[in-house]
Design a binder for this molecule. Structure first.
Ligand code: HEC
Length: 101
C-alpha cells in the first residue's frame, strides 16, 4: 500500500511543478516584437529602409543608450514606452544587438 501512496504523491508533485511552469508568464520574444514594430524602418537585419534611419549593424550604442532611444525615441525614431512593456523593450533591444558584426 505504501508504494501506491508514494507513487500517487510523486505524480501529484510532478503535475504540480509542471502546472506551475506552464502558468508562468512567457518572456517576450524579441524577434517577434522586432518584426512587428521595427522592421519596417530598420529592415529584417538592421539595414535601414528609409532615409535618416540608423543602420543597426554599425550601431555602437551602449545597452543603456539603446534602451533609452527605444523607450523615449529620438528625432524620427518613435518612442515605444506606450506601445511596448519594459520587458518587451529589453527583449527587442537584445535582439537588435545581434545585427552588429
Ligand atoms: C518610423 C521608423 C522607425 C521605427 C518603426 C523604429 N525606428 Fe529605430 N530609428 C529610426 C530612426 C529615424 C533612427 C535615428 C534617430 C536619430 O536620428 O537619432 C532610429 C534609431 C534607432 C536606434 C539608435 C541606433 C544608433 O546607433 O544611434 C536604435 C537602437 C533603434 N532605432 C532601435 C529600434 C527598435 C528596437 C525599434 C522597434 C521597437 C525601432 N527602432 C523602430 C526609425 C525607426
Amino acid at each position: 500500500m505504501r508504494k501506491y501512496f508514494l507513487i500517487g504523491t510523486i505524480t501529484i508533485a510532478i503535475a504540480f511543478v509542471f502546472g506551475n511552469l506552464y502558468a508562468l508568464p512567457q518572456s517576450p520574444d524579441g524577434k517577434a516584437v522586432y518584426k512587428r514594430k521595427c522592421a519596417r524602418c530598420h529592415g529584417d537585419n538592421g539595414e535601414p529602409q528609409k532615409k535618416g534611419v540608423t543602420d543597426l549593424r554599425t550601431s555602437d550604442l551602449t545597452d543603456a543608450e539603446a534602451l533609452n532611444i527605444i523607450t523615449n525615441g529620438e528625432e524620427k525614431m518613435p518612442a515605444f514606452k506606450k506601445k511596448l512593456t519594459p520587458d518587451e523593450i529589453k527583449a527587442v533591444a537584445t535582439y537588435a544587438k545581434k545585427f552588429r558584426k
